[in-house]
Design a protein around this ligand. Structure first.
Ligand code: NZQ
Ligand code: ZN
Length: 394
């Protein structure tokens, strides 16, 4: 095992009706003037936004609002949010939505107090934020795990570059209000994308070059089995509250560091490969991951076939037949079958992207920062490896 730090300061308030508490939660954090940040229309249409405003009013908290966050959230709206916060003297950010809204809120929070002239510098690796406004979240989709993670991912829509910025202290939400009922209005596709992302956050940590801890491996395997079982349930019964609740909690646990404790830095190549597809083609994050995961897995499994075989046995519950390599490959196929069962793409063409070799080369150039970086902890991948995987994922 590897030494680790585990820091999860986010206060989780979970269950039916908990959004009514948001005003008092902000008050507890000494928020006096709030920016309520949200997405396109779902939170308005469902009445959630009105309930949030009412709760803030009841707690005597002033607020301004900024909607319009899109999936793969844009840098331009972050700039707008920063200006608005400065003009209005906002001292607390309340994200009402999913990963995109929470990430956009975190970016605004860095932008107001971080110290750099341009908030993109943090994402571009040119600066470190010195401070940030506090952020709280009312979660409406179980997926990205931003409500408990240290991360925020933003797309610079001028260059189509999508990049993340992680900050272990400043990048965490103060609280996460999680009512699984709020996810009952999700379209099937978004539910499926969310479930895939939860699975992927666990797999990215499971496949690590380091030796791991049995307790962490077992938690990860239980989380994967539970997420997959409930994801399947939701394809048949989208209104099943218990399944929604299991998935929502799994989403937070899959990305708050729990399933990586003691396992080192994990892999994360699939996320980096996927970010290029989302940045360039605006593909939903979960679908971008499933489109490349199987190809990544077949490309790297020889690095440690026993690890893939363990996944096949303990998570995909395949019979212990054949060689370790055969079992590893059978497990990869079974995981793809799971994604397929959720109606998610397992190749780029299934995701509607029919890319020629030139475009695939461009993806690899972008993902490797023009050959300047490798991605992946399980097996480090250089630009030519990325290109080979994208080709396999055609
Ligand atoms: O904008 P609205 O109308 O709200 O619609 C959203 C959006 O179209 C809709 N939606 C959300 N809640 C809903 C709902 N529709 C009906 N009912 C509800 N209750 O769902 C769509 C997707 O929302 P989004 O916030 O984009 O989803 P998700 O949570 O998957 O976030 C994806 C973003 O998070 C990043 C991804 O890269 C992507 O940009 N990630 C963030 C991470 C982090 N900060 O730790 C880690 C992840 O790996 C990921 O990279
Ligand atoms: Zn993800």
């Amino acid at each position: 095992m590897v030494n680790f730090e585990y820091y999860t300061p986010t206060r989780v308030v979970f269950g039916k009706g908990v959004e009514e508490k948001v005003g008092s939660l902000v008050k507890e954090q000494n928020g006096k003037k709030v920016l309520v940040h949200y997405g396109g229309q779902s939170a308005k249409k469902s009445g959630l936004l009105d309930r949030v405003f009412a709760s803030l009013k009841e707690a005597g908290i002033e607020y301004v609002e900024l909607g319009g966050v899109v999936p793969n959230p844009h840098l331009s709206l972050v700039y707008q949010g920063i200006e608005l916060c400065k003009k209005e003297g906002v001292d607390f950010l309340l994200a009402v939505g999913g990963g995109s809204v929470i990430d956009s809120s975190k970016a605004i929070a860095y932008g107001v107090l971080g110290g750099a002239d341009d908030v993109w510098d943090y994402y571009d690796g040119k600066a470190t934020a010195q401070a940030a406004l506090p952020v709280g979240a009312v979660l409406t989709i179980a997926a990205a795990g931003s409500e408990m993670s240290n991360s925020s991912v933003i797309t610079n829509e001028k260059t189509l570059i999508k990049k993340g910025y992680n900050h272990d202290i400043l990048g965490r939400c103060r609280f996460a209000v999680m009512n699984p009922e709020l996810t009952l209005t999700l379209p099937e596709y978004q539910t499926a994308c969310g479930c895939a992302d939860i699975v992927m956050h666990t797999l990215e940590r499971y496949f690590t070059a380091d030796t791991t801890m049995e307790i962490t491996d077992s938690i990860a395997e239980a989380l994967l089995r539970t997420t997959m079982e409930n994801a399947r349930t939701l394809t048949r019964e989208p209104q099943n509250y218990n399944a929604r609740a299991e998935i929502m909690w799994a989403g937070s646990l899959s990305h708050n560091g729990l399933t990586g404790a003691g396992g080192g830095r994990g892999d994360w190549a699939t996320h980096q490969l996927g970010h290029e597809l989302s940045g360039l083609f605006d593909l939903a994050h979960g679908a971008a991951l499933t489109a490349v995961w199987g190809s990544w897995a077949r490309y790297v499994y020889k690095q440690n076939p026993a690890r893939f075989a363990r996944l096949a046995l303990n998570v995909l519950e395949l019979p212990a037949e054949g060689s370790v390599e055969e079992l590893a490959l059978a497990g990869i196929e079974e995981m793809e079958n799971f994604f397929w069962g959720l109606d998610l793409p397992i190749s780029m063409s299934e995701a509607g992207l029919n890319l020629d070799d030139e475009k695939i080369h461009e993806l690899a150039v972008r993902c490797s920062f023009d050959g300047k970086r490798t991605v992946g902890g399980f097996k480090p991948l250089a630009q030519q490896d990325m290109e080979a995987i994208y080709k396999m994922a055609k």
